[in-house]
Design a protein around this ligand. Structure first.
Ligand code: SAH
Length: 221
């Protein structure tokens, strides 16, 4: 069960979380503001209310996780969002990352391969406030060719390799933030696409994500 009440206590815990993220090196004020504004405890069962404001990943349904706030902030900062950017997210999960993006005023297209999570988000009332998020049940390796090209692409699961089909769906000058590696730890990369279709690569810190898997899971797959 989830409860949807945002008390002074929650707001206070959130301020502390934002201060911690600042200390850890997150400097994009718009990212910090979005995290300050979104009741992360709405995304967890009410039994874990206080856990929502620890800087930790947390289990959600079907063996998946809501990413650690620091990871969400880090990836979002690397995207260098501009107002009205078209952003593709792979791995909707709890939809917390998608909400942070939406709160920052970009257009979000998010794909989830687990039917159960996709269905859960359809019933999640809080998300109705974000008319700028479109939810898709599908395989992120294929992206969304119908809606391409995108200004930015964010992958929130551990990618075993850089998917060509996603590079193809980036605009020239567009950026992709992707954790790459198939072991326990992945390297965060930021790719920038050039006019000739090639891309350059910047390497950032190590993170640990649940794996990006091929195909869809659940009924109708
Ligand atoms: N962005 C999420 C993080 C969820 S964890 C959040 O804010 O909570 C990663 C998610 O990626 C999981 O829900 C997993 O089911 C999903 N996933 C893994 N491989 C995928 C793929 N190929 N396409 C779409 N989603 C995928």
């Amino acid at each position: 069960m989830r409860t949807f009440e945002d008390t002074y206590r929650h707001k206070g815990l959130r301020k502390r979380l934002v201060a911690l993220l600042k200390e850890k090196g997150i400097s994009d004020e718009r990212v910090l503001e979005a995290i300050n504004d979104i009741p992360r405890h709405y995304f967890l069962d009410s039994a874990f209310d206080e856990k929502a404001y620890e800087d930790k990943a947390f289990p959600i349904a079907v063996g998946q996780t809501i990413s650690q706030p620091y990871t969400v902030a880090y990836q979002t900062q690397l995207l260098e969002l501009k107002p009205f950017d078209k952003v593709l997210e792979i791995g909707t999960g709890s939809a917390y990352q998608a909400s942070v993006l939406a709160e920052m005023g970009v257009q979000v297209f998010t794909i989830e391969r687990q039917k159960a999570l996709f269905e859960e988000n359809k019933k999640f009332h809080y998300l109705k406030k974000y008319s700028n998020i479109k939810f898709f049940y599908g395989d992120g390796f294929a992206g969304l060719p119908t809606y391409a090209p995108f200004d930015k692409i964010i992958i929130t699961a551990a990618a075993p390799f850089i998917p060509d089909k996603l590079i193809a769906q980036l605009k020239t000058g567009g950026k992709m933030v992707i954790p790459v590696g198939d072991g326990a730890v992945q390297r965060m990369l930021r790719l920038t696409k050039h006019a000739d279709g090639s891309y350059s690569e910047e390497i950032f810190a190590n993170f640990s994500f649940v794996p990006m898997l091929e195909g869809r899971e659940g009924n109708g797959s």
